[in-house]
Design a protein around this ligand. Structure first.
Ligand SMILES: NC(=O)c1ccc[n+]([C@@H]2O[C@H](COP(=O)([O-])OP(=O)(O)OC[C@H]3O[C@@H](n4cnc5c(N)ncnc54)[C@H](OP(=O)(O)O)[C@@H]3O)[C@@H](O)[C@H]2O)c1
Length: 273
């Protein structure tokens, strides 16, 4: 899996999707992160079917991640997985994740949450065995959810995708991933855009002759953590890919890591039973 992927949350409509995927392929992105809940799987699938030949690429040159909707958790998982394959128009998906530990419509404390996600995982394992998913993993799992899964799974999750940036260190989750051979992947590396105006990030960017987005993404990459910046603006898609020709000093890495204050900008799974 490439270390850099394009985030596609809030990418909407066939034109915007086509333009953005085109810009991304042009500057070297080969991974795309979507989800059933983003409601853009069909637009991404269509864009890729036209754009891959245009860029001289084939299906095998790109890495597509999607996620099972919290609405399809449990007994509806099989239908949800088939729907994603159909929407994307693909024979296989490179990586499919359970998007969220809970089930839509159930209270976070509802005892059916763990049963439903266990059933979803068993379904993902079936698609993996059948070769329809080349890898399977989870997203937004806490330490408790990860331990439960690692203790019961037949196939060990390949990847955990969670919110990760200098203000959210996720130390314990990273340790669990490392110990169990699970790839730890960051989402919302820019803090959904909020961290771009952090004074420490801004000062560093100015000093290094880089942009705040590049500094934030480089901080993750330099720890070997894959990132998924989202932008629907071609010049920012390009900016977010220029990450491999500079390095942050140990001092700057430490300065960014010291910003950790357990701040979350996205949804918080910690209460899900
Ligand atoms: N598994 C999950 O539950 C989950 C949750 C959240 C995110 N994700 C994944 O991770 C991806 C990224 O996370 P995210 O979308 O939450 O946030 P993000 O990548 O941290 O930030 C995206 C925001 O920053 C802006 N932006 C991007 N590049 C910029 C740049 N170079 N300069 C200035 N502004 C810039 C974007 O605006 P413009 O588009 O206008 O440029 C957008 O508003 C998502 O798209 C999704 O694929 C997964």
């Amino acid at each position: 899996m490439p270390l850099l992927g394009l985030g596609t949350f809030r990418l909407r409509g066939p034109e915007e999707t086509y333009r953005t995927v085109d810009a991304a392929l042009t500057v070297g992105y080969r991974a795309f992160d979507t989800a059933a809940v983003y409601r853009n799987e069909a637009d991404i699938g269509q864009a890729l079917s036209t754009l891959l030949p245009k860029h001289g690429l084939s299906r095998a040159d790109v890495f597509i991640t999607t996620k099972l909707s919290p609405r399809d958790q449990g007994s509806k998982a099989r239908d949800g997985c088939l729907r994603s394959l159909e929407q994307l128009g693909l024979d296989y998906i490179d990586l499919c994740l359970i998007h969220w530990p809970g089930t839509q419509g159930l209270d976070v404390k509802d005892k059916r949450n763990p049963d439903n996600r266990a059933q979803s995982w068993a379904t993902l394992e079936e698609f993996y065995t059948e070769g329809k998913f080349h890898a399977i993993g989870v997203s937004n799992y806490t330490v408790k959810h990860m331990e439960e899964l690692l203790n019961s799974c037949r196939v060990v999750p390949a990847l955990l995708q969670v919110e990760f940036h200098p203000r959210l260190a996720q130390t314990e989750l990273r340790e669990i991933c490392e110990k169990n051979g699970v790839c730890f992947q960051a989402y919302s590396s820019l803090g959904t855009g909020v961290l771009l105006s952090d004074p420490v990030v801004q000062e560093m960017a100015e000093r290094c002759g880089r942009t705040p987005a590049q500094v934030l993404l480089r901080w993750a990459l330099q720890q070997n953590i894959p990132v998924l910046p989202k932008s629907c603006q071609p010049h920012r898609v390009q900016e977010n890919a220029c990450l491999f020709d500079f390095e942050l000093s140990d001092g700057d890495m430490a300065k960014l890591s010291a910003l950790d204050c357990s701040e979350k900008f996205c949804w918080d799974p910690s209460l899900v039973l």
